[in-house]
Write a protein that binds this ligand. Structure first.
Ligand code: F6R
Length: 357
């Protein structure tokens, strides 16, 4: 139940620090090492290419997962939208491993792919919040998100749980391959959890951002580079699905190839700056839109922040930055929807789990 919360979405945003702690507990053994099913470990060692299949927010988590698995474990990863993969399967590698990411475990588009790849005899792992779900039952292995029931249609804590579990999987694979890492995901996730708590205590400040940037606008843009680009797509999805403001996430460098034509006086542009290697170039993109009149909101990470940034999130490991930068995005979407009197938990035309193709 909602308890004292006005909406499930707000409650579920606030639950994120606890969910991350729970995941750390569940995936840690007595020696403080990662605890993971040895069959899953073996499947990651045996594959020559991982295919992540998902929809919506889970797809966005998959994009972050790709970066982590490739950068940490050195295994190639492709991420596909389930409904596209289903009708237009790409050429597969010799030993593919399929990872289905699904909060509900019931998404029909993802299931359709699962049925096809099982017929072809390929191994499948489902990362889900519902262990007894269809996708979990029909795949070879399951990784549980431990996020607790997610009721609001807009997915929040499942997204951060998915990224956390994928980080653990990536590091486990790296270690199994003998790759030396200076990255202890369990420790880093504990830092993330505290950072999320700090962010959840900054609701007034974030609500003011929603008022300052989104009160009357018809559209909004989200930009980022690298991992920040993936989070900008998630930020845009959150905003559009609950506030009905037209929103799109773009790669910072791609703007000038067309989209910048849409920037007018006062157009809100949310820019994420949490990655050191692109901190300079994303800020150059911000200058480009500001020069055309955009109302730019820069959300940066401590250590990379500059004077006049709108909001600064606490520092965490770069690969885990989405876990903290998404929190202000979720809250901005929440308050924008609230200010427009939208039905936050049950937006129009949407169902919590999409069981039709
Ligand atoms: C967005 C949202 C949807 C789901 C998508 C996949 O907030 O909730 O985009 O992420 O329908 O659902 P699952 O993860 O249950 O397969």
């Amino acid at each position: 139940e909602k308890g004292t919360y006005p909406h499930f979405m707000l409650k579920e945003i606030d639950e994120q620090p606890l969910v991350i702690r729970k995941i750390v507990q569940e995936y840690r053994n007595e020696q403080d090492q990662i605890k993971l099913d040895t069959d899953i470990r073996q499947a990651m060692l045996d594959t020559d290419r991982v295919y992540i299949i998902a929809a919506g927010t889970s797809y966005h988590a998959g994009l972050v997962g790709k970066q982590m698995i490739e950068k940490l474990a050195n295994v190639p990863v492709e991420v596909h939208v389930a409904s596209e993969f289903s009708y237009n399967m790409p050429l597969l590698s010799e030993k593919p491993l399929f990872i289905f990411i699904s909060q509900s475990g019931e998404t029909a588009d993802s299931r359709s792919v699962l049925v096809q790849v099982k017929k072809m005899g390929h191994p499948a792992l489902t990362v889900t919040n519902v262990p007894g779900s269809t996708l979990s039952r029909e795949s070879d292995y399951t990784l549980h998100l431990h996020a607790g029931p997610e009721i609001a249609v807009a997915s929040t804590k499942a997204y951060t749980a998915q990224i956390s579990v994928l980080a653990i999987l990536a590091v486990d694979t790296a270690r199994a391959k003998g790759i030396e890492l200076d990255f202890d995901p369990l420790q880093e996730l504990a830092i993330v959890s505290s950072a999320m708590e700090t962010l959840c205590d900054q609701k007034e400040e974030i609500e003011k951002i929603a008022s300052d940037f989104l009160e009357t606008t018809r559209n909004a843009f989200f930009i980022g580079r690298g991992i920040d680009y993936y989070v900008s797509q998630e930020g845009a999805l959150k905003l559009k699905e609950i506030s009905y403001i037209q929103a799109e996430g773009f790669a910072g460098g791609e703007l000038k190839h067309g989209t910048i034509a849409l920037i007018e006086d006062g157009t809100p542009v949310f820019a994420l700056a949490t990655q050191e290697n692109v901190n300079y170039s994303i800020r150059a993109n911000v200058q480009e839109v500001v020069a055309r009149g955009a109302n730019a909101c820069i959300i940066s990470m401590e250590g990379l922040d500059q004077e006049n940034d709108t909001f600064v999130v606490p520092k965490v490991h770069e690969l885990l930055a989405p876990l903290v930068s998404v929190v202000p995005m979720q809250l901005i979407a929440y308050y924008a929807a609230l200010h427009r009197d939208c039905d936050v938990d049950k937006p129009r035309n949407l169902a919590k789990s999409v069981t039709v193709e």
